[in-house]
Design a protein. Structure first.
Lengths: 154, 117
């Protein structure tokens, strides 16, 4: 196993998809398959990354739709020996992550009047690192999942 | 994967009848509107006590969660209720991460859905 880890070659994968929600499941499959190449990431963490990337790709596609852009959405996947980094880039009109409304407490009946607002929260909770950079020219969402060894070492 | 929804009825110990929607597939941004349509259709037929059996769902995203929340709101406003059967650990984990296990009654099996649960 150690030899296998030592021989791991970092990789860089770029995926460009039409800005249509029909392609989100394809992104999930590709990113999960790419993350599996990194030998020291658990199945659970790959599943977490799969959902986080799915949320980011969906937001990117919706951003293009709102902006009336027919450009492609770009997803970059960087595989290193201790982490997988995914960057989802869109050319929408940008958004302020701090503008995502806080949700009422689960027991509050008003909670049922908020059907959206969980996507960004999920990305933050599922990734070891998440960062959203946005301006009027577009948004980059960076999601990082650490290897099992790096997580153990804190 | 395409979402598959089958509807049947289920009678609880107190003889109340619940409409059960068996849902299978990936409940994501693409499939969520389809499930919403099935729920709306049941509600429009006067079925206000619903069970969404998500045993066949292996992936859920925030849009899928949104449909669950919207469906609960809809039936509650009509004096009904909605329960969830969730067996897939990944789906259960996502619900728990978003504190929705405190919004919904989650069951492991349709047989566990009781009148007062």
């Amino acid at each position: 196993m150690t030899d296998h880890l030592a021989s791991f070659t970092p990789g860089h994968i770029v995926l460009e998809i039409p800005a249509a929600t029909e392609y989100v499941s394809f992104v999930r499959v590709v990113v999960a398959a790419a993350a599996e190449i990194e030998p020291d990431i658990s199945v659970e963490r790959i599943e977490d990354l799969r959902l986080a990337v799915s949320e980011a790709a969906t937001n990117a596609i919706n951003a293009h739709s709102r902006a009336g852009s027919d450009h492609r959405v770009r997803i970059e996947c960087n595989l290193a020996d201790d982490e997988v980094v995914v960057i989802v880039h869109d050319e929408g009109t940008g958004f302020d992550p701090s503008s995502v409304a806080a949700l009422p407490e689960p027991e509050d009946p008003a909670r049922l009047f908020h059907e959206s607002g969980l996507g960004v929260k999920l990305m933050e909770m599922l990734a070891d690192e998440s960062e959203i950079t946005s301006d009027e020219h577009g948004t980059d969402v960076k999601l990082v999942v650490y290897s099992s060894k790096r997580r153990r070492e804190g | 994967m395409e979402l598959v929804v089958h509807t049947h009825t289920f009678e609880l110990a107190d003889a109340s009848r619940w409409s059960v929607l068996d849902v299978a597939g990936e409940l994501d941004v693409l499939a969520a509107p389809e499930l919403r349509q099935h729920v709306m259709s049941a509600v429009s037929k006067g079925q206000h006590h619903l069970v969404l059996d998500l045993s066949g769902v292996d992936f859920i995203d925030s849009f899928g969660l949104g449909v669950l929340i919207g469906s609960l709101k809809r039936v509650r406003l009509l004096g009904g209720d909605l329960r969830l059967v969730v067996t897939e650990p990944r789906v259960r984990r996502v619900l728990e991460l978003c504190d929705l296990d405190r919004v919904f009654t989650l069951h492991y099996d349709l047989a566990d859905v009781g009148p007062g649960s």
